[in-house]
Design a protein around this ligand. Structure first.
Ligand SMILES: [Cu+2]
Length: 505
């Protein structure tokens, strides 16, 4: 297989911060915009394939212009290179594990097969091994912002923290609509980290929220530009391990046109954007007419256990000749047809946690996932629509050690949230029921403590075994994950056997 070899990797490494292989759409990058404003390097598919080599290496990398030791990154880049593909493409990734713990790859939010050499989280690439991924992106795959990161049980958190996460864009979607296609675009990767007192990348879970730094495309408080009155299309992803963001751009609004990689069917305007770990939004931002500088802020967020403080994330300079303003209709598309399907099955999953012998344990339905015993597998049928209630019993009032919110995420297929409300884990009483008029689909939804969300989901196209879990990676690594099998009428798709051989290199 012709992969991008050492030469390609070297070219990637030396091109840090530059934008390569630009083609049909204009992403704002290094050139002419006053600095590195893209999410690092961009690797774009051509002729139906994106072939890349990602080598996970421990070493010294440039973080916010400073050479920083102690990170593990793909190809020496922080953040990881942005991958841009089209519907119908093949994504061929040669993953080399030069790190110290087993790893693999997950393509967060992608509607691709969970089996074989694709979005298969049961692959284990041990230190010194290589795995060749070959992901077939369906021709009708939604266009939008996704991301990729390791998903090896027990090591996802430390590996992502250490530098292993990057953006993945599928072209098309909201960004390809006539009124939006010509706008300048920005990819904004949010992720946390920090430097310890010796100048090394801090160890995982050693920094408090106050000590944690919030990086925008690998930079602290970068500058970006916009013209007076100009509308830009921003795709923002939270590709970190734990930080909750409540974003606000001074004196401006966001118009949401994309959520979790899919165009919304009803747009909305909001002064703030809420992104739990794993969450993405695509928004239109129109600069006010006056020149000047405005700030993108993290307003801060109380997750229960973690209190994320207010921070300035980025400065946006409004300057230059007046730009083109664009507005979009509220009606932007159609909801998925399956939303009105009969419900084939209803399920309730309960998230909870405790402390046993001083160690935090995290559960779904009282079971702590261990990747060894698969006796609580949910089986769903291909082509059916189900309704799931996810409820959060991680609260002191129900006997837990903490109040904690949990961002619930499921692989392979999106869902549509139709209801949310309060739930008392002790009395099982439901209150404050809010029926939602849905306007978008999602792959990640935050569930506050003593509360629930209800969503509908449809199991289309792919059979196989995959997972649902909390996207606070510490919780996932310590048990808040479960397995489901998507099976067809012949029962295919069930069971183990997705662990594939890897080889030394
Ligand atoms: Cu959690």
């Amino acid at each position: 297989m012709a992969v991008m070899g050492a030469g390609g990797a070297a070219a990637i490494a030396t091109g840090a911060g530059a934008v390569g292989a630009m083609s049909t759409q204009t992403y704002l990058g290094a050139k002419g915009n006053g600095g590195r404003q893209s999410a690092g390097d961009v690797l774009r598919s051509s002729n139906g394939v994106l072939r890349v080599q990602l080598a996970a290496n421990l070493g010294t990398v440039i973080v916010n212009k400073e050479a920083t030791p102690g990170l593990t990154t793909y190809n020496g880049l922080f953040p990881a290179p942005t991958l841009i593909v089209k519907p119908g493409d093949r994504l061929e990734i040669r993953l080399i594990n030069n790190g110290g713990t087993a790893t693999n790859l997950h393509f967060h939010g992608m509607h691709v097969s969970p089996r074989g050499h694709q979005d298969n989280v049961f692959i284990e690439v041990e230190p010194g091994e290589v795995h060749e991924y070959d992901v077939r992106i369906p021709p009708d795959h939604p266009g939008g912002l996704y991301w990729y990161h390791p998903h090896h049980h027990t090591t996802s958190g430390p590996q992502v923290w250490s530098g292993l996460s990057g953006l993945l864009v599928v072209e098309g979607g909201a960004g390809s609509r006539p009124e939006i296609k010509g706008l300048r675009r920005r990819l904004i990767a949010l992720r946390e980290g920090g430097i310890d007192t010796d100048g090394y990348w801090a160890d995982y879970t050693t920094l408090t929220p106050d000590e944690t730094q919030l990086y925008v495309n690998g930079r602290l408080n970068p500058r970006m530009n916009i013209r007076p009155g100009e509308t830009q299309f921003w795709q923002i992803g939270n590709i970190g391990v734990a930080t909750y963001y409540l974003l606000q751009l001074d004196d401006h609004e966001f118009t949401v046109i994309e959520e979790d990689g899919s165009p919304v069917w009803k747009t909305w305007q909001t002064p703030t954007l809420f992104l739990s770990p794993g969450k993405r939004y695509g928004v239109l931002v129109t600069a006010r007419k006056q020149r000047g500088t405005v700030r993108l802020r993290q307003l801060g967020y109380n997750q229960g256990k973690a209190q994320w403080p207010e921070r300035e994330l980025m400065r946006l300079r409004i300057d230059g000749k007046p730009g083109q303003s664009v507005s979009v209709d509220r009606n932007f598309g159609s909801p998925p047809a399956w939303l009105d399907d009969p419900i084939a099955q209803r399920r309730v999953l309960t998230l909870s946690q405790s402390v046993v012998d001083g160690v935090g344990e995290f559960y779904i339905d009282g079971v702590m996932f261990d990747n060894l015993t698969f006796d609580d597998v949910i089986q769903v049928k291909l082509g059916t629509t189900e309704e799931w209630v996810i409820r959060n019993a991680s609260s002191k009032s129900s006997g837990g050690p903490e109040n904690e919110e949990h961002p619930f995420h499921i692989h392979v297929n999106d869902f549509v949230v139709v209801e949310q409300g309060s739930w008392d884990p002790v009395t099982n009483e439901v209150s404050n029921r809010q029926f939602i008029d849905p306007r978008s689909q999602a792959d990640t939804v935050n569930v506050p403590w003593n509360a629930y969300v209800r969503f509908r989901t449809h199991f289309a196209d792919f059979i196989g075994r995959s997972v649902y879990h909390c996207h606070l990676l510490f919780h996932e690594d310590h048990g808040m994950m479960g397995i489901f099998d998507i099976v067809n009428a012949d029962g295919e798709g069930a069971g183990p056997g997705q662990r594939l051989p890897t080889h030394q290199h």
